[in-house]
Write a protein that binds this ligand. Structure first.
Ligand SMILES: [Zn+2]
Length: 387
């Protein structure tokens, strides 16, 4: 990354999927076509997504997660021992179905459309989690490449479900050992095959910290029996550090946001990073990729105590809104953060992806491109001033 300009512009991962792609995805999930057949159909969409990012001036691009149903459920295509289950199907195994239904309604979670990879047997690798995605990108772009992966805490917590997973793994901690091993091997392979930046997604940590008693059932199958948030945060730090131990030669980041399943801001979680930062800085990662544009992310003064401890991937646009943030507003936000981070420690990105869940794009391809374009414009203004 030696030649990277100041304020590199990047994405968090996902890009809106087309109707045709979603249709093909459904056919794959129904078993009508194989993953390989589906993936070949997705190639053109990935190419369009690569070109859109290049044209918008994005420095470190992703494949838009076009081959994934969502940022963690795609693990079922790549691992054995997992089964894709709709949140609505998990209701049948819930100990308090009525409450869970009520929560899903209140949170505007489309339980029929959001799916989780549930562990039903010992897990193993069919193929690398994202090596096929990386190989395709390497063939079609010269830009630096970011590959998002589910973080070890997220993957463990979202896939272990009592009544379905406990025969293979008595507890989430047992499952975590295999998850860590698989992710470690994956990151090493991604590095060896030319990936520049691996981002581990841990958005469920915001449920742990900011979730009320009633908001724990979504995206996090195993949280109904919630433990002390401190235990969960410590577990997340431990699993992250076990996963990354001794790995060098690739930029690593952790992504946190407060949910990206609905355009209704009021149903998404709220709270500043204060309670989380003491744990995030203990993770042996290079960068915190954080949602910061939405007012729900709270005040930025919380970074004062942790200035320059990590790089920050600063969320400067809200992927869910239908207006384009002015470049001047982005510049002002970055200047606010320059109180706490040196210029060479700040990366610019949207708060989250533009289509975290395949069937719930939070914006259009055109708006995603425009929002990335304005981030680039802001970066150029900043580079002129701080280079
Ligand atoms: Zn996110």
């Amino acid at each position: 990354m030696a030649d990277a300009p100041l304020f590199p512009v990047t994405v968090v991962g996902s890009w809106p999927r087309s109707t045709e792609l979603i249709r093909a995805l459904r056919r794959k999930e129904a078993g009508e076509i194989t993953y390989a057949e589906f993936s070949a159909m997705a190639d053109a969409e990935v190419l369009a997504c690569i070109r859109a990012q290049e044209e918008a001036g994005v420095d470190i691009i992703s494949d838009g997660e076009q081959r994934r149903d969502n940022f963690y459920s795609f693990a079922v295509d790549k691992l054995t021992g997992m089964q894709l289950m709709k949140v609505s199907e998990l209701l049948d195994y819930s100990t308090d179905r009525a409450r869970m239904e009520e929560v899903l309604r209140a949170l505007d979670v489309p339980s029929f459309a959001i799916k989780s990879p549930i562990v039903v047997d010992r897990i193993g690798k069919k193929q690398g989690l994202a090596l096929d995605e990386l190989a395709f990108m390497r063939e079609h772009t010269d830009r630096q490449i970011k590959v998002p992966l589910p973080g070890p805490y997220m993957l463990t917590r979202s896939s272990w479900f009592e009544g379905l997973s406990d025969k293979a793994y008595p507890s989430p901690d047992d499952l975590a050992k295999d998850v860590v091993e698989i992710l470690r091997e994956e990151i090493i392979a991604l590095r060896d095959q030319g990936c520049d930046f691996v981002q581990l997604d841990e958005p469920t940590l915001s449920q742990v910290v900011f979730g009320e008693e009633t908001t724990e059932t979504f995206m996090c199958a195993a949280l109904p029996n919630r433990r002390d948030p401190t235990d969960e945060l410590e577990m997340a730090v431990r699993l992250m550090n076990e996963t990354l131990e001794g790995i060098e030669g690739i930029k690593t980041g952790v992504h946190i946001c407060r949910g990206n399943w609905s355009k209704k801001e009021e149903v998404l979680l709220t709270g500043n990073y204060g309670p989380m930062l003491p744990y995030l800085v203990q993770m042996n990662i290079d960068q915190l990729v954080l949602e910061c544009a939405t007012p729900r992310a709270g005040e930025m003064e919380v970074f004062k105590e942790y200035s320059n401890e990590k790089e920050i991937g600063l969320g400067v646009v809200n992927p869910r809104t239908d207006d384009i943030e002015p470049a001047g507003q982005i510049v002002a936000r970055v200047k606010e953060l320059l109180q706490y981070f040196d210029a060479d420690k700040i990366y610019l990105n949207p708060d989250c992806g533009f289509g975290t869940f395949a069937e719930r794009n939070v914006n259009t391809h055109e708006m995603a491109a425009k929002k990335m374009q304005v981030i680039t414009e802001a970066a150029e203004i900043l580079r002129a001033e701080y280079a």
